[in-house]
Write a protein of this length. Sequence first.
Length: 385
Amino acid sequence: MKTHCISNPEIAAFLKREARSKEPYELDLSGIFCNLLSRANDFVPSEAGSIFIDDQTGREVERPFVELVLIACFGEASDRLVGSRLAATRGIVGHVYGTGRSYLSANPQADPLFFSGFDGASRFRTRSLVCAPLFVEGQVIGAIELINRLGERSFDQRDLMLIEIFAQTISVSLANAIDAYRSKEISKRDDLTGLYNDRFLHHSLEVIIEQAMATGQDVGLLFLDLDKFKLVNDVHGHLAGSRVLSEVGIMLRQVLPGDAIGARYGGDEFIIVLPGASPQESFWVAETIRKNLETFVFLREADRRDPLNYPALQIKDLITCSIGVATLQSDVLPTLGRDVHPVAAKNELLRKADGCMYLAKQRSRNRTVTAWSEQPRAGRAESSN
């Protein structure tokens, strides 16, 4: 029996509940789900089987409009069907997903819930099936389905009980995979802003630069510092300052390109890494961020959990940002040479962008300065916040 599965990054994206990133996922999720489906077939021998997971990556979707993705399957034409999508309200799988209850159909062709689209696509005839929901943290996120029991009989209640037991095993594997991702994610995130921390930034930037040097691609880097942030702390207190930083993190995650890495470097300083971005593209991203911050109203609403300590302050026309921009190909390699070590290239890229940020501070703040059009000083200039 040959089991087919979608790619590891695709499964990881569904489990993370966010859009797929270029970051590798260590667990062999494809192998795990192929193995689980094979083991289910060992207990309840069938002509075909499948695992569906809902797709809620990177967007807020109301449950009736969610799609279920066929992430692993075996049987006739399974190599063509894997990755197919099904509306979460359609078919027996959709019914199980929507109700959270297992289902046995001894005669699917006469069952009003049955969806024959997969049969038509594979020239396969479904004679009987069992289907059970997959749960994570009390919520249904998918289903497992076995079709046409091998032998001379259809599925029965005992088979349904066995597939329910196996669904619980798969649910545990799903929960473990999600927990592993969350644990890893916590270790590399800044608690306050939700952006990456500086440790993860340095590691990722070195890897990205090494790959770019090998392929001839560019890497853009933005060094961002908030203007007049100290006034927020002085006037409204450090709790308000922390809330402002948190909202900056939210705003950055909303406006950054999908493959960008946003990190809090420390205090009110942030770094954005743009893999593959040209100087002009890097400048556009910087200006998009700067203009969004310039018009952003911070602390627009009170925290409903603690409105006394976290009131609505509606801070506007105060906080802006100064941004320095540098790129690998235009500002680092021409100076250090193409045989430079990635660590040295990383440090120089940071230094160039940092110097440009301080030039922006000196020039009345709220502006973007690029390294390819300036000669920033090697060290940080004296500047007020």
